[in-house]
Design a binder for this molecule. Structure first.
Ligand code: ZN
Length: 340
C-alpha cells in the first residue's frame, strides 16, 4: 500500500485507499474493528490494482523497469518493429519523466553493445558458450554460483544456480537433454573459459564419447570469451539496477538474475535485432503483457480453505519471478514474512 500513487485517508470508522494516478478512484476500504483496521481485499479491483502499480499500463517509466531497465532506444525499437506482443504504443518523442536512479547506480560501468556480430555458427546448438559466475553473497537457497549456457547462433541463454562449482557437469547434462529434445539436433561444440570444473574426467570423457568438440579459452583473457563475458556483465548491471530499484537485499540475487535472463531472452540484441532471442530459438512470437516490475508489492488473496477464521484474507508479498511451468499472468511470490 506504500506504492507511489496511493493515498490512504483515515476516519473514525476506518480508512479509504485511493489511486491518485487514476483520478482518486476508490480501490479499497478499511473497516475499523476495535483498534484494528481490516482492509476489504475482496473488492474486485484491489488485487489487480496492487499489481497494476507494478505494471506499466501506458507509463514508459514503469515499462522501462518491467523490461529489465532496458534503454529507451531499444525499447522503442521493440514496439516499432512489433518484435513482441503486449507492448503499449509510445510516441517517438516520449521520454521518461525522471532519470532512473537505479540505472545510474546499476549501469555506471556499462559498455556499449557490439555493433557487429561475433558469432560463428549458422544454426542453433552448433556452438554453446559457457561460463561460471561467482559471488560472495549467498542466496536464499545458499547458492554462490551460476553456470550459463549461451547458444552462439541465437544468443538465447540458460542459467543454473549452484552451491558448488562441481555441479556444472550435471547441469550441462540437463541443459543438453532439454535443448536437443527441443531442436532435434545435437550440440556440436562447447566453448568455455579455464575453470577446472570443465576438466573433470567424467566431463572430458562424456564430451569425447558424444563427439562434442571442446574449445578452451584462457581464463586470464576474458575478451576471448566475449559472448559469455558480455552477457555476465549485462546481467550483473540489470540485476544491480533491479535490486537497487526496490532496495532489496543482495541475497535476492538468484531471483533477480533469473528474471533478468528471462527478460533478456525476450528482448532483442543488436546481433539478432530483428527478433527476440527466444523467437529466434523457438520460432514463436512472444507476448510481454504479463511483465511486472521485479520486487513490487502485491496483496495476494488467501483462499478460505488455506486459512483459519482469524487469519487475514490476504498476504502481502513481493513479486520475484515468473512461473516457468504455466502460461499467462502467473507469478512466483515470496511472502514478506520470509524475508530476513
Ligand atoms: Zn532504470
Amino acid at each position: 500500500m506504500v506504492e507511489p500513487g496511493l493515498q490512504i485517508t483515515f476516519n473514525p470508522n476506518g480508512c479509504f485507499v485511493k489511486d491518485m494516478k487514476n483520478q482518486g478512484k476508490l480501490i479499497a476500504k478499511g473497516e475499523r474493528n476495535g483498534r484494528m483496521l481490516t482492509l476489504d481485499v475482496n473488492m474486485p479491483e484491489v488485487n489487480s490494482m496492487l499489481f497494476t502499480h507494478g505494471k506499466g499500463a501506458g507509463n514508459i517509466g514503469i515499462w522501462h523497469k518491467q523490461v529489465g531497465h532496458v534503454n529507451l532506444q531499444r525499447f522503442k525499437l521493440m514496439e516499432k518493429q512489433k518484435l513482441v506482443g503486449g507492448l503499449p504504443k509510445f510516441g517517438v518523442k516520449e521520454v521518461m519523466s525522471e532519470v532512473c536512479e537505479a540505472c545510474q547506480l546499476g549501469k555506471q560501468a556499462r559498455h556499449p553493445f557490439p555493433t557487429q556480430t561475433t558469432h560463428v555458427s549458422s544454426k542453433p546448438l552448433e556452438m554453446i558458450h559457457s561460463n561460471v559466475w561467482t559471488t560472495k553473497t549467498e542466496s536464499i537457497g545458499e547458492c554462490k554460483y551460476y553456470v550459463s549456457f549461451i547458444d552462439d547462433h541465437t544468443r538465447m541463454m540458460w542459467v543454473y544456480f549452484m552451491k558448488h562449482k562441481g555441479e556444472v557437469f550435471q547441469h550441462f547434462l540437463n541443459f543438453k537433454a532439454m535443448v536437443e529434445k527441443e531442436k532435434g539436433v545435437n550440440i556440436k561444440c562447447l566453448r568455455f573459459d579455464g575453470g577446472g570444473e570443465y576438466f573433470s574426467n567424467e566431463f572430458s570423457e562424456y564430451l569425447k564419447e558424444h563427439g562434442i568438440q571442446r574449445k578452451y579459452l584462457c581464463s586470464y583473457s576474458p575478451q576471448q570469451n566475449g559472448v559469455a563475458e558480455r552477457k555476465n556483465r549485462h546481467i550483473a548491471e540489470i540485476t544491480c539496477a533491479m535490486l537497487n530499484e526496490k532496495n532489496l537485499p543482495n541475497y535476492f540475487w538468484v531471483e533477480a538474475i533469473a528474471i533478468t535472463v528471462y527478460i533478456m531472452n525476450r528482448t532483442p540484441i543488436v546481433v539478432v535485432h530483428s527478433m527476440t532471442l527466444e523467437e529466434k530459438f523457438t520460432s514463436k512470437k512472444l507476448d510481454v503483457s504479463h511483465f511486472i516490475v521485479f520486487g513490487c508489492i502485491a496483496c495476494v488473496h488467501v483462499p478460505n480453505e488455506k486459512r483459519s477464521k482469524l487469519d487475514p484474507k490476504a498476504e502481502k508479498c513481493i513479486f520475484i519471478g515468473y512461473s516457468s511451468k504455466q502460461k499467462g499472468y502467473d507469478v512466483s511470490i515470496l511472502p514478506l514474512r520470509n524475508c530476513k
